[in-house]
Design a protein around this ligand. Structure first.
Ligand SMILES: C[S@@+](CC[C@H](N)C(=O)[O-])C[C@H]1O[C@@H](n2cnc3c(N)ncnc32)[C@H](O)[C@@H]1O
Length: 176
């Protein structure tokens, strides 16, 4: 099953359209929504997903962009390159409250995939590169920001939006 765009996707997309530039990575691309939003402003976009079905979906999508490459990859396992902007709408919900699908569940607490991602992403950012990421009040934002801080990132809140039973946050992260 491929994750169909929801409120989190549209909120992040708005910032991707504003801030994408240079070499861009769309981590966990799903239907490719962020990759397609970045492509007009980027030199090149690499879009990856651990779910081969998502990559198949994206490769078959009708679009005009010649600068997007789609790959299957578990986080950075198949991504050696460095980027100016890394986009991630991660699976960010805790397992216990919802389900165990990889498109929405980020581990027992919700932030585990984000932690793995932030650890690995450090080696894949160009100088002055940034990460654009969305997550929820259900992810334990305080914990996410502590993890990022410990790994050497500074952060900036771009937008907070209340949706139904949660708040969504879009942050940018930079290496200090
Ligand atoms: C919340 S969806 C976001 C999809 C799309 N980017 C969007 O904004 O609508 C999370 C995506 O991350 C992918 N994903 C989950 N774990 C992953 C991992 N370890 N490596 C790469 N992609 C992963 C899922 O398959 C899913 O497509």
């Amino acid at each position: 099953m491929v994750y169909l765009p929801r409120e989190d996707s549209y909120l992040l997309k708005k910032w991707v359209e504003k801030l994408a530039k240079g070499d861009v990575l769309d981590m966990g691309t799903g239907t490719g929504i962020q990759a397609f939003a970045a492509a007009p402003k980027a030199k090149k976009v690499i879009a990856v997903d651990a779910n081969p079905e998502a990559i198949e979906y994206c490769k078959n999508a009708v679009h005009v962009f010649k600068n997007i490459e789609f790959r299957v990859s578990d986080l950075f396992s198949n991504v050696p390159e460095k980027f100016d902007v890394i986009i991630f709408n991660p699976p960010y919900l805790p397992e216990s409250k919802f389900d165990k699908e990889i498109d929405v569940t980020g581990g027992k607490e919700g932030w585990e995939t984000i932690e793995r991602f932030l650890k690995e992403a450090k080696k894949h950012l160009n100088k002055n590169g940034k990460i654009l990421m969305v997550f929820s009040s259900l992810t334990n934002p305080k914990r996410v920001l502590e993890i990022a801080e410990k790994l050497g990132y500074s952060h900036n809140l771009l937008e907070k939006k209340h949706i139904g039973f949660e708040d969504l946050f879009v942050y940018e992260f930079f290496l200090k």
